[in-house]
Every structure is written in C-alpha cells, then in structure tokens.
Design a binder for this molecule. Structure first.
Ligand SMILES: NC(=O)c1ccc[n+]([C@@H]2O[C@H](COP(=O)([O-])OP(=O)(O)OC[C@H]3O[C@@H](n4cnc5c(N)ncnc54)[C@H](O)[C@@H]3O)[C@@H](O)[C@H]2O)c1
Ligand SMILES: [Zn+2]
Length: 670
C-alpha cells in the first residue's frame, strides 16, 4: 500500500501500477543516486543534500535492500594511488525525525557533535609518531592517497608524541573543511566552499593547490590504535593503554593532548533531555551557534566507547552513531521562463524564473538550473510544475519535477552573441573569445563587484551595460546622472547614489585592483600575494613568469597565464588609470613600529559584544601585524571578551590556557 501512495504522490497522477513500472522506477532512482553521488564526491554536486536524501529515501521505501543503498562514497578514478583502510571508513545513519532521534538518545547515553560539511580524511602515523600518509574515505575500503596535499595543511600535525611511543601506530580520522571566512577570496575558483575541498584534494598537481591547502582546517573526531603488526586495538584495551575511562570525551582529550584541534567541533554533553520538546530546544541552540564552517547535521554518538564498538557496523554505517539532519522547507510552483547567462569563461548557466512562492519567509522568484545536463536529466521546461527547497547549501534549488511540461525545453544551440555553442560534458560553452560581448558583461560585473562599490548591485550593472553606456571598466567613471536617468527604472535619487558610489571608489588598493581585473589565475589570494611582493602597480606590470615561479605556490602554467592575461589588460589598465589611483601595497614591509608592537605576530580572537565595530579592531590589528582568528585553539595568544560568558570560545580559552583580555585591557595596548 505504501508503495502505491508514494508513487501516486510523486507522479501526481492516477495510473495502473504494474510490477514493471515499479522496477523501472527503482532502477531510474538508483541510477540518479549513482549519478549524483559521482558528482558530489568530485565536488561538483548540482542538487542539495535534501534533494539527494529524498532520492535515497524513495529508494529505501521501494527497495530497502537495493545494493546502491549500502555504497559508501564513490571512488574518484581508477588511476590514482589507492590506500587500503585499516578499518573501513563508513557513512553515518541519518534521520530527519526528532522522534527517531529522541528514541536513540533515550536508549543510549550519547554525545552530540557537529557534522562538519567537509571531507573525511584518515591520517596515519608510525610507531614513533611520524606522519606516514593520508587518504580520503573513497569507497570506504580504499581511499585516494593525499599524503602530499596534507603536508600543506597546517592543522594536521606531522609529528605526534604519545607517552607509549615506540609501541603503537596511530590513525586519526577527522573532517577537513574550508573555513567560511576564507571563502570570499576563492570565489573565482570554486562555485561553493563545499566544492573547494574535494576540488583541491582531487588535484594531482599539488603545487597548484598550495594556497588553498594552506587555509584548509582539520577537525578530528576519532583515533584508532594498532600494534606494530597492524592489529587493531579494541576500545577496551585502548582504555587500558591510555588509562582512561571508556568515554568519548576522554578519547577527545587524548587527541587534544596530541595538539589536534577538536574544540571547533563543539562536542556537547547531553543532559536533562526528557522529552521531544527538550530535544528540539537543545537542537535549536546547537544550530544557532556561530561557526566558521558549514554543518550538514549533528552527529549523536554513544558516549561509552566499548558499547559503541560492541554495537558494530552495517555495511554502510556504525550502529552506535546517528546523524540528525534538518530538512529545508519546500513548496510547489511553476517554471515561467528559463533564462540563460554567459559566464566570464563562456560557460552557459541557466536559471528558472518561477511563479513566486514564499519559503521560510522569503519570496522566491528564481531557482538555479545549473547546466544543460541538469535540465535534460530533470526534464525541466517552461510550464513544468516543480517542488523547490531552501536549504543551507544551495539556495534555492529545485527538488524534483512534480508535473512535466507539455513541451520539452530546447537547449540553445547559439550563444546570446550569435556564435555556435559547443557541448562539453554537462556544459554548453561559447568559445568565441573575440566577439562574445556577453562574457565582457560578466567581466564588467566582476570589476564592480570585486571592488565592493556600495549600492551598485550586479543587476544595476547589467542594466547600465544593456543600455550601452559602458564597454570597459573605465567607462563606469564617465557615467553621469543624466545618462542613468534614461534607463528604465532609474530615478533621480538612485542615479545620484550610483554615480556618487562609483566616484567614491577611485582610490583602489593594489591587491583589489588586480583582483578586479579578473586575470586568469588571479583570484583574490593570489593577487594579494602579488601585491605584497611587488608593492606598486608599476612593479607588477614588469612581472615576469620567472619572478612568479620564484614564489611559493606558482606553477609554470599558472604563472604564464597570469602574466599573459595581465599583458592583455594593458589597455584596460591604461584607461582606468585616467580615473583611478592605485594605492601601493606596503603589507610586505614590516615597519619598526610594527616589530615593537605588543600584538605583532600574535593570534587574537575577539568574541561577544564590544563598544566598537569588530572591523575597526581588525583593521588596527592588521596594521599592528597581528592576526585576527575566528576560533580559539592552543595556538591563540589572546581572547578578547567583555564578560565571563558561557560561549564556546571562552571555554576553549580556559581549556587552552589562553590569556583573556577585557576590551579595555586589550585596547589600552593597541
Ligand atoms: N547533493 C548531492 O548530490 C549529494 C550526493 C551524494 C551524497 N550527498 C550527501 O552526502 C551525505 C552522504 O554521504 P556520506 O556518506 O559522504 O556522508 P554521511 O552523511 O553518511 O556522513 C559521514 C561523513 O560525515 C563526516 N563527518 C563530519 N563530522 C563527523 C563526526 N563528528 N563524526 C563522524 N563523521 C563526521 C565524515 O566525513 C563522514 O565520512 C548525505 O548528507 C547526502 O545528503 C549529497
Ligand atoms: Zn557568446
């Protein structure tokens, strides 16, 4: 009976259900799952987790024993080096139901911890605590060898010191992730921070990925111990060796004593949860914590390690852990139009204009349709009814097709510029670099948006561009109010604001100026490095490939691309310099004043309410040569905080003996 309802529900029509229909439906869902898994583990997912989980759920209902359901991960490729895991690295059991979760934690005493949305890594050390090798989870049995990559990840110790040194081999498991605060510097390279980690660890050319690897963070959640002959030491003996209770918190303490970072994972004790309401409040609090990473759930794990282990594993997950996930709110609507956009690189992207609906309080009029393949696979077309979702990861996305349109959508064969489009994998591309002004349009948007000109949105720039008022970045500075008033939708006040904002942005720091040019391989981080090295625009224009190669993190191809694309922009730069002043970069010069500053070279974390904006303090600290960090670890020098708060940063500071300063004490020395 359940099957009938599900099928009718999903297809929205009445028809005779035959065994054959169900079989086709099952294989159809299974192949969709495989397809999305493959994209996801390459860091190229095109649907949200909720969409994906709904597919798995549907398959579970139709065919609970389908082999696709016990697949862990998805191998990257057949050619890369594989590392066999000592013990399988599994998935987690998941639930979206608070009732099910309550039942689980009522049955067993658990701890709650963040399910960080990154990628699982296994890090192995030899008997003497030397870093041996690192691997991804892969298919659970074999992972990809990422040893070389891991050398550049600062959070991962390359030497650990155990008191039982010489006897045991150690394996650490944890999540490597991209801190959210660092992401804006890399938007030219990755569509989302989620793609950034697999995209970086999947690169064969490690040198090319060094700047990303350097900002990656690692949060541990498990430690495994083996004897010299690689025999696994079970939890009960583990406790004996380290003379600890069979308690997850004690295990975490060991990890911390090995100087691994665990505090960012917000592992919480679970107390006094007597009913579903208590649990709801507890979850609400956990979800509202400010973090520098995205979570895709909360993991509940048995607190007693021996019992956790005795429950064992299914082929897919350990029985002693359960991940709680939050479903996004969904709504049904109709696709009114499919809009096409040409990216800077010539990639065609699509979005659906929707019959507006409200989701979690926000009016949604558009949803992304990603690329050509996504449209084909989903049979999306004008008039189709779709269910959309607003979830943490992809906002907002189409969850599924509710009712197909009468007519299929015909993918375009020519670009907006008139040139023929080329199909490459899932994408349609315009390869016409000479005549495609639509790519330029994107460059113009890029120029203004990377300068953060207040009040000038991408939409405004598009309108100005469409009116033919700007052809190149320098033209923005020639705009006047009268010009703008001719464009539909521009009123006196808004036109004045736009012109004023543009005119106010004529002093541009070198790093920002270089970034705004949209140079090949010239993302914000790389441009910052170049600016620091060169100091002035003049020096930058004289850069040679060899100069760049002498710096860390540049490979031949990227250095060539950068230098060449800077050369190609000479004319654009020349014109811009008639209007803007490029400020020299003195970040490479350490002044005596900085050297003598009490905060020079210190890692400082600020939390809670302060009397002045945090940005202001940040600027002052940067000037003093200090570093503002977003979480407290053993490497932090000071935590600035006004009250003895119960915040996790405060607790972390106490735990790591980090000096706590009040705002007054702190600003006295600034
Ligand atoms: N959007 C898509 O197209 C798509 C496709 C496939 C899978 N997915 C998503 O991926 C997930 C399933 O795949 P999965 O098997 O890789 O992951 P999972 O959800 O089963 O979780 C296991 C992983 O969680 C991570 N993790 C983070 N914090 C942890 C902690 N404290 N303890 C233990 N593990 C922790 C580890 O990397 C571990 O490998 C689902 O959430 C699913 O929605 C999405
Ligand atoms: Zn084109």
């Amino acid at each position: 009976m359940k099957i009938v309802i599900t099928l009718l529900g999903s297809l929205g029509g009445i028809f005779v259900i035959t065994k054959k229909n169900i079989k086709i439906e099952i294989e159809n869902i299974a192949s969709q799952i495989l397809y999305h898994k493959k994209l996801y583990y390459k860091g190229k997912s095109i649907i949200s987790d909720a969409e994906y989980d709904a597919l798995e759920q549907k398959l579970k209902e139709l065919a609970p024993n389908h082999p696709v359901l016990s697949l862990v991960g998805y191998p990257f490729s057949e050619t890369n080096n594989k590392i066999s895991h000592n013990l399988p690295m599994l998935s987690l059991a998941k639930t979206y139901s608070i009732e099910d979760l309550f039942e689980f934690i009522n049955k067993y005493e658990c701890v709650a911890m963040d399910k960080i949305d990154g990628m699982a890594l296994s890090i192995e050390y030899d008997e003497n605590g030397n870093f041996l090798r690192a691997s991804t989870r892969g298919n659970g049995k074999f992972g990809e060898d990422v040893t070389e990559h891991v050398y550049h990840i600062k959070d991962i110790s390359k030497k650990i010191i155990l008191n039982s040194s010489g006897k045991y081999k150690i394996e650490i498991r944890g999540e490597v992730y991209f801190p959210l605060s660092e992401f804006p510097k890399f938007t030219d390279r990755f569509d989302s921070f989620r793609n950034a980690v697999p995209g970086t660890l999947g690169r064969k050319d490690v040198e090319e990925a060094v700047d990303v690897l350097r900002v990656l963070k690692f949060c541990v959640y498990d430690i495994l111990v083996f004897d010299k002959d690689d025999n696994y030491i079970p939890a009960r003996n583990f406790s004996k060796i380290f003379s600890i209770e069979s308690d997850y918190f004690e295990k975490i303490n060991i990890l911390e004593s090995l100087s691994f970072i665990t505090e960012t994972s917000h592992i919480s004790e679970i107390n006094n949860i007597k009913n579903v309401e208590n649990l709801t409040t507890f979850l609400k609090e956990l979800y509202s914590i400010e973090r520098d990473y995205q979570i895709d759930g909360i993991v509940f794990r048995l607190r007693d390690e021996i019992i956790w282990e005795s429950l064992g594993n299914t082929a897919h997950h350990p029985r002693g852990s359960l991940a709680f996930k939050q479903a996004g709110e969904t709504a049904e609507t109709e696709i009114q139009a499919i809009e096409v956009n040409v990216g800077r690189s010539g990639k065609i992207s699509f979005r659906a204009k929707l019959n507006p609906v409200y989701l979690s309080g926000a009016k949604i009029s558009y949803a992304t349709l990603h690329n050509a393949e996504f449209i084909e696979q989903g049979e999306y077309a004008v008039g189709a009814k779709v269910e959309i979702i607003r979830s943490g990861e992809v906002i907002p996305a189409i969850l599924r097709l509710v009712e197909p349109a009468e007519k299929k959508f015909k993918l375009p064969s020519i670009c907006l510029c008139g040139s023929l489009l080329t199909r490459k994998g899932p994408d349609l591309l315009c390869l016409d670099n000479k005549n495609c002004t639509f790519k330029d349009q994107e460059s113009l948007v890029y120029y203004v948006s990377s300068l953060d000109i207040m009040g000038v949105s991408d939409k405004i720039i598009m309108k100005i561009r469409e009116a033919g008022l700007v052809q190149e970045p320098a033209d923005f500075y020639k705009l006047n109010v009268e010009d703008l008033l001719q464009i539909e939708g521009f009123a006196q006040k808004s036109s004045e604001n736009v012109v004023a904002a543009i005119q106010a942005s004529r002093q541009i720091p070198l790093a920002k100026f270089l970034t705004s040019l949209g140079l090949k391989r010239g993302g914000a981080v790389k441009c910052q490095e170049v600016a620091k090295k060169c100091g002035t625009l003049n020096n930058t224009l004289k850069l040679s490939v060899e100069d760049l190669l002498s710096e860390k993190g540049w490979a031949q191809k990227s250095a060539e691309d950068f230098v060449e694309s800077l050369k190609n922009k000479e004319h654009v730069i020349e014109n811009l310099l008639k209007f803007v002043t490029v400020l020299n970069d003195d970040s490479g010069i350490i002044t005596d004043q900085q050297k003598n500053h009490p905060y020079f070279g210190k890692n400082i974390c600020i939390t809670g309410a302060l009397s002045r904006p945090r940005e202001e303090y940040k600027a002052m600290l940067e000037k003093a040569g200090a570093k503002l960090v977003s979480s407290v670890s053993s490497k932090t020098d000071f935590l600035v905080c006004n009250e003895t708060s119960s915040s996790s940063k405060y607790k972390d500071a106490i735990k790591h003996n980090v000096q706590i300063l009040s705002e007054v004490e702190f600003s006295d020395k600034l």
